[in-house]
Design a protein around this ligand. Structure first.
Ligand SMILES: CC(C)(COP(=O)(O)OP(=O)(O)OC[C@H]1O[C@@H](n2cnc3c(N)ncnc32)[C@H](O)[C@@H]1OP(=O)(O)O)[C@@H](O)C(=O)NCCC(=O)NCCS
Length: 184
């Protein structure tokens, strides 16, 4: 699979789309329904918003349905509270044949402070574009235009390499154990 910074994916032959084309921000005011036992916002509520925003980007970029294949490096930096206005910003960092890495940044505007929004979390998700039968379909290559988008593209390639290597290493270990007669 070759996808370079110019966004060419010869296998798919689809024209590239700039990163900015699908960038999306989802904003939401946190309510008492969103809290955990400590009274701060439940991590799962934030993860749902992250998945929603990333899904919107994946759908926009690929021009059709896309499903979450994985979510990794979900980081919570600071608690979010009731009344906070949360902005979930997502963009397509990288594309493969049918998969897209979506980077998400979670910002919070504190309801009781007149300070700029602070970053409270981030995550990287992989989405796969699918057709009406759930089979994967090719996606347009993303074209990173700004220096930041180019850095994110290169970092996403590193994460992709690590995901594949980890999956392969675990598969090999399981096959080895099965061959040794372990049934776990
Ligand atoms: C994601 C899914 C479409 C992948 O299908 P598949 O038959 O395994 O297809 P492939 O192996 O060809 O993978 C498709 C792409 O996704 C990537 N991918 C698949 N699983 C992945 C994972 N766990 N992590 C990262 N990337 C993954 C592959 O690397 C491939 O990328 P590429 O085409 O850009 O090279 C399929 O597993 C699925 O439908 N999962 C359920 C998705 C879902 O319902 N999500 C919502 C959960 S509630």
């Amino acid at each position: 699979m070759t996808t370079d910074l110019a966004g060419s994916t010869p296998e798919a032959g689809l024209p590239g789309k700039p990163t900015a084309a699908a960038r999306t921000t989802l904003s939401h005011i946190m309510t008492a329904h969103d809290t955990n036992l400590l009274g701060t916002v439940h991590g799962g509520v934030i993860m749902k918003l992250v998945d929603d925003a990333a899904g919107a980007v994946a759908g926009r970029h690929s021009g059709g349905p896309a499903v979450t294949a994985s979510m990794d490096e979900m980081v919570f930096l600071e608690p979010v509270r009731v009344g906070d206005l949360v902005h979930v910003r997502a963009q397509c960092n990288w594309t493969g044949r049918s998969s897209m890495e979506i980077g998400v940044r979670v910002m919070a505007e504190r309801w009781n402070e007149s300070t700029p929004a602070t970053q409270v979390g981030s995550a990287y998700l992989v989405f796969a574009a699918v057709d009406e039968n759930g089979r994967t379909r090719p996606v347009p290559p993303v074209i990173p235009e700004t220096e930041t988008d180019k850095r994110r593209y290169q970092e996403a390639q590193i994460r992709r390499m690590h995901r594949l290597a980890r999956r392969e290493a675990i598969k090999e270990l399981r096959e080895k154990r099965a061959a040794e007669g372990f049934d776990d």
